[in-house]
Write a protein that binds this ligand. Structure first.
Ligand SMILES: Cc1cc2nc3c(=O)[nH]c(=O)nc-3n(C[C@H](O)[C@H](O)[C@H](O)COP(=O)(O)O)c2cc1C
Length: 418
């Protein structure tokens, strides 16, 4: 076929017209209906614009973790998807968690042998294949029928530490068995010591290595994305959710089984203070981790109190709308803690470079939330496995790019504020 320059130009313009970048109306000028001055192509030109309507068909098709989210949106009931995706109010913190990474740049080193990368990481005395941890996410059967068991099996495949939520839809014993190694238990302590201590004892009996006490869900929250999507969900939700009665509402939450919830109005702990940690220390031999620290003052108090580790977290932008990302909060906390305990971090981690930035700043490991839930909602266990595989592959590549053959080689000099 002869080379048809005009046809090619037409096709190119059609391509541009389909690109969201050019949805400005000025294309008609480029198409010959007016002067072309003022049109500037982006540099570099985006040759493969994202088309969220092109759903991947198998986990292997994914080229990054974001590919799973639109598939999960198609599969998961709107209210459940809304619960997962939602931030608070204007979702400033939710966006900040991603945008925060742009404030920091990597500063690669060269002529270092990075032909083999060792990502193994010690987390509270246990060696894992990578510093990528599965963050606690409640109610995983609401995203896929295999729920927490699918996630545990995927965690086993990639040798990831798994933190199980208090709001799990499968008991800690079965999840531990599916993981094949001890896990951590995340605690929503409620306002009742009896409820909290019963759960902690059960987790300890199941072999959990640590209890991660979540301290950032102390009050109400306005999950607007959830509330906007809920009315679009036409199912009858009363079979699972009975809003007026906490005890009935918790019947699908395995960790509340057999616990008397009479008088309890909420599963959060708005009355919790540092005294709780002292009582907890007397109750359990498990390591104690505090999840949800954002200010260096609290990190220092935690270290002073002998807490074993903290998780710098804003709950993935789901507990407040302060507007502060965790990657912004991390440096002041690392500086104040002075190595007295490991510092984990989560919220917004999606790329290998995100993880490398946090590790260079001094974090020991990074927890991932929504991405593996996208994988779960999209394809079940296979989706979670692929999400974790992609995160590991990106981390591996990012470590090669900065010249760090091991985690220990990720040092503060490799990251700079932009
Ligand atoms: C749907 C959903 C449920 C969650 N449930 C819990 C929970 O039960 N306990 C908890 O401590 N954190 C919970 N989190 C917060 C995560 O542990 C983690 O802090 C957060 O997801 C990290 O941010 P990311 O989603 O941007 O990766 C939940 C997060 C999501 C998305």
């Amino acid at each position: 076929m002869p080379f048809d320059q005009a046809a090619n130009r037409r096709r190119f313009l059609q391509f541009l017209a389909a690109s969201p970048l050019f949805a400005s109306g000025s294309l008609s000028a480029l198409a010959g209906e007016g002067p072309t001055a003022g049109i500037k192509l982006p540099d570099p030109i985006i040759w493969a614009p994202l088309r969220t309507e092109d759903l991947i068909k198998t986990p292997k098709d994914a080229i990054n973790v974001f590919n799973f989210e639109p598939v999960a949106r198609a599969n998961v009931p709107p209210a459940h998807f809304g619960y997962m995706a939602s931030g608070i109010d204007d979702e400033v913190t939710l966006r900040a968690n991603r945008e925060g990474f742009l404030k920091f740049q990597l500063r690669p080193r060269r002529l270092i042998d990075v032909s083999k990368i060792d990502m193994t990481t010690d987390i509270l005395g246990v060696k894992y294949a990578s510093p990528i941890i599965i963050a606690p996410v409640g109610g995983q059967k609401s995203f896929h029928e295999d729920g927490e068991i699918a996630v545990a099996k995927a965690a086993k495949t990639g040798d990831h530490l798994q933190i199980l939520s208090t709001a799990t839809t499968t008991g800690v014993e079965d999840v531990t068995a599916a993981r094949g190694q001890p896990i951590w238990y995340q605690l929503y302590a409620t306002n009742s010591w009896d409820v909290a201590s019963t759960m902690v004892k059960r987790a300890e009996k199941a072999g959990c290595l640590a209890v991660a006490v979540t301290v950032d869900r102390s009050g109400g929250r306005n999950q607007e994305t959830l509330f906007r999507l809920m009315p679009t969900d036409k199912r009858d939700c009363s079979g699972c959710h009975e809003r007026g009665n906490l005890a009935t509402n918790m019947k699908r939450r395995s960790m509340y089984e057999g616990i008397d919830l009479t008088g309890l109005t909420h599963t959060q702990s708005s009355n919790m203070t540092w005294d709780f940690m002292k009582r907890l220390r007397d109750l359990t031999k498990m390591k104690i981790v505090i999840k949800g620290v954002l200010a260096y003052e609290d990190a220092v108090l935690a270290a002073d109190a002998g807490i074993d580790a903290i998780i710098v977290s804003n709950h993935g932008g789901r507990s407040e709308d302060s507007g502060r990302s965790t990657i912004d909060a991390l440096p002041e906390i690392v500086e104040a803690v002075k190595g007295r305990m490991p510092i984990l971090v989560d919220s917004g981690f999606r790329r290998g470079t995100d993880i490398v930035k946090a590790l260079c700043m001094g974090a020991t490991a990074v927890c991932i939330g929504r991405p593996y839930i996208w994988g779960l909602g999209a394809f079940g266990q296979g989706g979670v496995e692929r999400v974790l595989e992609l995160m590991r592959a990106e981390l591996y590549g990012a470590m090669q790019q900065v010249g760090a053959p091991t985690i220990k080689h990720l040092v503060p000099a490799m990251v700079r504020r932009a």
